[in-house]
Design a protein around this ligand. Structure first.
Ligand code: FES
Length: 569
């Protein structure tokens, strides 16, 4: 709830600053355009709803920044977070005089605070105040941009539009400053005419000395209130520190047995930062992104239940009960924690992954392929040539796997593994795996043809395909995370690929694959092969050259035509 309020109040202020800058930009057109824009601006922001939104938003946002300052136990934060906090705190101090000198005087003594008045004050009579106002606007704009960026970066569509938004974020303040400067120059020339100046002074109802003193007095009061609130937060932090120190320490245990001692009340994320343990936190600890999530181990029975806001975020990523947000959890008793994402987690980790990536048991077709005698080949070649040939080979085979709807699992040395049917059905996976093998054979012929100048003899491959239940999901750590499968069927497929050497053929496919694919390979001999670790031998078909299997293509062709026809109905 508070997260939403802070975000909403921030967006209101951001809209205010943005429209103010847009209005300034109109100065590039003319003074009339500038004042016409101001009429719209004033109509919106000085209406009752606009006033409540603006000042309510300002007060709420400032209080919530102070609250987050109070709650924060550690100031080991990233630069952008520090900049964000400092800019946010500076705004009320920078804003006070300007708001009192314009809207304040307009409301109390009827000063017409249009652009002529503002420019006379900020450009002609007190240019140092003009510089201060520019700093204020840019500060507020930057504060808003940083906040909006770290909010939107969690949205899946943001990546595509972020370059345009960045350009807008830069161009708007620049055009605003130029617009203001253009108007300033115009007014400065006009102000040299005493008659024009006198007319304007009357039109504006120029504030007298008493009004100037009134502004200075209220500015001081605003500064004292804001400064006092800030001092109260500092004092409250000091008192809390003394109280919490007397409560003893809490021991947090991280994977690998690393232990850090913290005072009760500090969040797990802050504890990680204090201890120099890298911990993912895409939103900077605002409880929005979920990338700081941890699994709780020993001691989890002592932690408090998550707040409604935290529950919402945990639900979004489908987290089980034992998972919590490190930036929200404040352990009061010893606790074992296991960060679930690598420190370099990205915004895409803020959302629930498709079920098959999260980990599930599936029946899939597994294809292994390996280059024959590649070690021998690489011994007689320069490293550059080896890498060149290997990359051409991987590219050719990888393209086939992708074209046939498979998922490349991994490249190991000169071998590769691919999965078929993880997103469809086992039957479809079997057909696609067979078709992939058939096309790989053809692609290898093409490759051998184009590399004939680099090869002493054509490359030969062995392919093994088997179907079975496996556990699939994204596995690995840090940047080495990939979609993969583990299980007995994977070993069997690998064994079939190795058996192509003994059987002097290019492809060995288990009979299960043929049956489930609905493909008849009766033209190729049916054999049995023992597999280490399996009690029953596996029935296989040995195919001397995989491109001989025209049947698979016909099946896929028929099927896709049928699919298209039923989709059209
Ligand atoms: S750091 Fe983003 S939710 Fe905890």
């Amino acid at each position: 709830m508070l997260t939403t309020i802070r975000l909403t109040s921030g967006l209101v202020l951001f809209a205010y600053v943005g429209t103010h800058l847009i209005n300034h930009s109109w100065g590039l057109a003319s003074m009339e355009a500038l004042n016409a824009g101001r009429d719209i601006f004033v109509a919106v922001w000085r209406s009752w709803p606009g006033t409540i939104l603006l000042y309510g938003g300002l007060l709420t946002h400032f209080i919530l920044i102070l609250r987050s300052l109070y709650n924060r136990r550690s100031f080991r934060i990233r630069i952008w977070e520090a900049v964000q906090i400092l800019l946010g705190l500076a705004i009320p101090f920078l804003l006070a005089e300007h708001a009192l000198g314009t809207r304040g005087l307009n409301a109390t003594i009827g000063v017409i605070d249009d652009y002529i008045y503002e420019i006379l004050v900020l450009w002609v009579y007190a240019p140092e105040k003009g510089i201060l106002q520019t700093v204020l606007l840019v500060t507020a704009w930057l504060h808003g941009c940083v906040g909006v960026h770290f909010w939107l970066r969690l949205k899946p569509w943001y990546r595509g539009v972020s370059p345009y938004l960045l350009a807008f974020a830069i161009v708007l303040p620049v055009t605003a400053v130029f617009g203001f400067v253009a108007a300033g120059r115009e007014i400065k020339v006009l102000a040299q005419d005493p008659i024009w100046l006198e007319d304007m002074t009357l039109h504006i109802n120029w504030p007298d000395q008493a009004a100037v003193i009134w502004v200075a007095k209220w500015k001081e009061i605003v500064w004292e209130i804001c400064g006092g609130m800030l001092a109260l937060v500092v004092l409250a932090r000091a008192v809390r520190w003394l109280v919490e120190r007397r409560r003893g320490v809490v021991r947090l245990t991280y994977p690998g047995g690393r232990v850090t001692q913290i005072t009760p009340g500090i969040t797990v994320l802050e504890a990680s930062r204090e201890a120099g343990i890298e911990h993912a936190s895409v939103c900077g600890g605002r409880g929005r992104c979920s990338t700081c999530r941890i699994r709780l181990g020993e001691g989890r029975e002592h932690v408090e239940a998550p707040s409604a806001d935290e529950q919402k975020v945990l639900k979004r990523v489908g987290a089980p009960e034992s998972v919590r947000l490190a930036c929200q959890l404040r352990p009061t008793k010893d606790l074992e924690v296991i960060p679930l994402l690598p420190p370099n987690a990205s915004p895409k980790d803020a959302y629930r992954k498709p079920a098959h990536l999260q980990g599930s048991e599936r029946e899939v077709a597994i294809l292994f392929a390996d280059i024959r005698k590649f070690t021998q080949f690489s011994e007689n070649k320069l490293p550059y040539d080896v890498v060149f040939v290997l990359n051409r080979y991987f590219r050719a085979m990888g393209e086939v796997v992708e074209e046939t709807g498979g998922e490349l699992d991994k490249f190991i040395g000169d071998g590769m593994m691919a999965l078929f049917g993880a997103n469809t059905t086992p039957e479809e996976g079997c057909r696609r795996a067979l078709e992939a093998a058939r096309r790989m054979s053809g692609a290898l012929d093409d490759l051998n043809q184009s590399l004939r100048a680099d090869l002493d003899e054509p490359l030969k491959i062995g392919i093994g395909i088997h179907l079975g239940m496996v556990i699939v999901g994204e596995m690995g750590f840090s940047n080495a995370v990939s979609f993969t499968a583990i299980g007995d069927a994977v070993n069997t497929a690998s064994r079939l690929e190795q058996a192509t050497k003994e059987h002097a053929c290019q492809l060995i496919v288990s009979e299960d694959i043929c049956k489930r694919a609905g493909v008849s390979l009766d033209g190729f001999p049916l054999q049995e092969i023992p597999i280490r670790g399996r009690q029953q031998p596996v029935q296989i078909r040995c195919i001397e050259k995989a491109s001989d299997m025209t049947e698979v293509e016909l099946q896929l062709g028929r099927r896709s035509r049928r699919d298209r026809a039923s989709a059209a109905e």
